[in-house]
Design a protein around this ligand. Structure first.
Ligand code: NAD
Length: 368
């Protein structure tokens, strides 16, 4: 791999701008990658963590380009990172300085991501008048409170289960990661009659083949409590949970959970990618060859960004739910059609769908 990011990644879509920011007084260090703006100003999260690399920010920005295009949003893709511990006492100062530093990057609309929240977006909005994922009082739609990403995953489950003949009634579901996305997904799937047989967090898993009482589990993990403290099932290790047989497996924790070395452990029929890039490219190919269907992250977890874009356009939360349904349902259907008819691998099928829309938009851009 070259040391020059452009040598490795620059292609027909971007990245358009890579900006490194250093502000000596506040000691703010940040990276902004605006990947593509053919569909409109780029919308993408602002992450706060000490060790994020420019390559990582680019990969996340590209994922946003694809996700926004697939979701039919009038937005390109971008991502940013403030290189600091998100628990720093100077958080507000850094966020406000970051906002001032991106004031002239009018093609970039930041949203919340790991280490930032609606309050951070309110500071940015206060400084420069643009941000998504705002508090309710400023017109925001509380996406985690409403479980928008989880709702989108349930919509993907509705469509995929019909096409693949997996009844959601009594379907055995495993959810990896019981945070904002995992909890909401569990609730929406329980409403559909599914049995959540195992869930975990970073400290361990609980397993009950008869189905875990999800509302009791959510109540029991308030504050610092972990799923294993709930006594709502057998406590097992995170490694063991990956080996339990299920109908649907939902990774909703972190990237690169399944690699070529452990993908063989997974015994399921359908994977809905809740986290971003939870399965490496090669592992996903091997799973596909083993007959496991995967609905890729850029389709399945788009509920959050659809909600953020709906908010940015000044529309209400009812509209966000509707948009998620009419976007993720047909996208799931289309990706499955391409996979089943064209013998394409799911991530390549999703890429083809996104590129079709991007190509049309790119063709309308001027040559400068
Ligand atoms: P969160 O921080 O609320 O929850 C993450 C959960 O995963 C926690 O329960 C944590 O303990 C658990 N976890 C972390 N590492 C783990 C591991 N190695 N094994 C098992 N569990 C582990 O985060 P979230 O908002 O729910 O987001 C989860 C993932 O989904 C992230 O990858 C995020 O980028 C992605 N995502 C989130 C949204 C959203 O709307 N919040 C939208 C799209 C994608």
């Amino acid at each position: 791999m070259s040391t020059n990011l452009m040598d490795d990644y620059a292609d027909e879509f971007g990245p358009e701008k890579i900006v490194h920011i250093y502000e000596p007084k506040s000691k703010l260090q940040a990276i902004v990658v605006i990947d593509n703006i053919a569909l409109g100003p780029a919308l993408g999260g602002c992450r706060m963590a000490p060790n994020v690399t420019t390559r990582e920010v680019f990969r996340l920005a590209r994922a946003m380009t694809l996700k926004n295009a697939l979701s039919g949003l009038p937005h390109g893709g971008a991502k940013s990172a403030i290189l600091a511990d998100s628990k720093t006492a100077h958080k507000e100062i850094l966020i406000r300085q970051f906002a001032q530093s991106i004031k002239q990057l009018t093609d970039y609309i930041p949203g919340p991501d790991m280490g930032t929240d609606e309050t951070c977006m309110a500071y940015i909005f206060d400084e420069i008048g643009r941000a998504a994922g705002l508090p309710k009082v400023l017109g925001g739609i509380p996406l985690d409170e409403l479980g928008m990403t989880g709702y989108g995953l349930a919509v993907a489950a509705d469509t995929a289960s019909k096409i693949l003949n997996i009844s959601l009634e009594n379907a055995r579901v495993i959810i990896q990661g019981f945070g904002n996305v995992g909890k909401a997904t569990a609730e929406f799937l329980v409403e559909r009659g599914a049995k959540i047989i195992a869930v975990n967090d970073s400290k361990g898993a609980v397993y009950d083949p008869k189905g875990i009482d999800i509302s009791a589990l959510i109540k029991s993990i308030k504050g610092p409590n972990r799923v294993q403290g709930s006594k709502l099932g057998e406590n097992i290790s995170n490694e063991k949970m990956l080996e339990i047989e299920s109908d649907i497996f939902i990774p909703a924790a972190c990237p690169d959970v399944f690699t070529e070395s452990n993908q063989h452990l997974l015994k399921t029929k359908l994977v809905l990618e809740g986290a971003n890039i939870p399965i490496t490219h090669d592992a996903a190919k091997q799973m596909h060859e083993r007959g496991i269907m995967i609905i890729p992250d850029v389709i399945a977890n788009a509920g959050g960004v659809i909600c953020a874009a709906t908010e940015y356009q000044g529309m209400p939360e009812t509209q966000a739910f509707e948009r998620i349904k009419v976007t993720i349902g047909p996208n799931t259907q289309e990706v499955l059609r391409l996979v089943q008819e064209g013998k394409l691998f799911p991530h390549d099928a999703a890429l083809r769908m996104a590129k079709e829309r991007l190509d049309k938009a790119m063709a309308l851009r001027a040559h400068m």
